[in-house]
Design a protein around this ligand. Structure first.
Ligand code: ADP
Ligand code: MG
Length: 251
């Protein structure tokens, strides 16, 4: 289906000198970073620091102004890339779930499988049920999103992304819209995914998750990566003044 040829030896994500402007507003300034396969990279930083824009440049929901992005060795910033094929390999989970409100849970999980992956309905349903099981919501396949809690909706959104068999997953503050008592279930699903070896890039304010599950922590401020490294080291012994100042407010 895909006309994309993956390089098995390349990192999952490789960002080189990425710059992004919105009009005159420079939002990303020379971002260089990579995500190794099978690892979890968490991104933290104040509001407006460019975290979402960086994430969205990786699957070209935003167009980088300059610089290069590679996903599994394939240049995403190549103007001729097949964007549907690219995005089928990258699962994305947003703060606001973005489920289709007029579709049942099961239909939410099968629609892209049949349309984009060209799966037969039976197969799509089987894959969907397997992923609903995985997020602990097998019994809710006939529900509509409005009848589910925020935490359940987000677990459905994760199951929907997984049903496309992505090679990597991008999460943009997946628990920020949730009531505190619902955060744990969603983080639990993400932790399970990580332990299965899924490559994940997670923008989050959940420092406990970053410390426990993350292989690398990136701190962004003002459109640059200020500091990155082992999560325990960055959180416990930040080297940069801006990191120290941010962490003193959130920890
Ligand atoms: P974060 O996710 O770290 O809060 P964002 O990447 O959302 O930061 O935003 C970084 C900056 O880019 C902010 O100043 C924001 O206003 C601006 N921005 C984000 N998206 C757009 C857009 N679509 N059009 C114009 N400005 C934008
Ligand atoms: Mg954001």
């Amino acid at each position: 289906m895909s006309q994309i040829t993956v390089d098995e030896n390349a990192p999952a994500i490789d960002v080189q000198q990425l710059h992004k402007y919105f009009g005159d507003n420079q939002v990303l300034t020379g971002i260089d970073f990579h995500v190794d396969r099978g690892t979890v990279v968490c991104v933290i930083g104040p509001s407006g620091s460019g975290k979402s824009t960086l994430l969205r440049c990786i699957n070209r929901l935003e167009e980088p102004t300059s610089g290069k992005v590679f996903v599994e060795g394939v240049e995403v910033t190549d103007p001729d890339i097949d964007l549907d094929a690219l995005r089928a390999r990258i699962g994305m989970v947003f703060q606001q779930f973005n489920l289709f409100p007029h579709l049942s849970v099961l239909d939410n999980l099968t629609v892209a499988q049949t349309k984009v992956k060209k799966r037969k309905k039976d197969e799509a349903v089987e894959v969907a049920r397997r992923n609903l099981e995985k997020v602990g919501l097998a019994e809710r396949e006939d529900s509509y999103p409005a009848h589910l809690s925020g935490g359940q909706q987000q677990r459905i959104a994760i199951a929907r992304a997984l049903s496309m068999d992505p090679d990597l997953m991008l999460f943009d503050e997946p628990t920020s819209a949730l009531d505190p008592e619902l955060v744990g279930d969603v983080l639990g699903v993400m932790k399970d995914l990580a332990s299965e070896g899924m490559t994940m890039m997670v923008v989050t304010h959940e420092m406990g998750f970053a410390r426990e599950v993350g292989h690398k922590l990136v701190f962004m401020d003002g459109g640059v990566i200020v500091e990155e490294g082992d999560p325990r080291t960055v959180l416990g012994d930040p080297q940069e003044e801006r990191t120290q100042s941010f962490l003193s407010k959130v920890l």
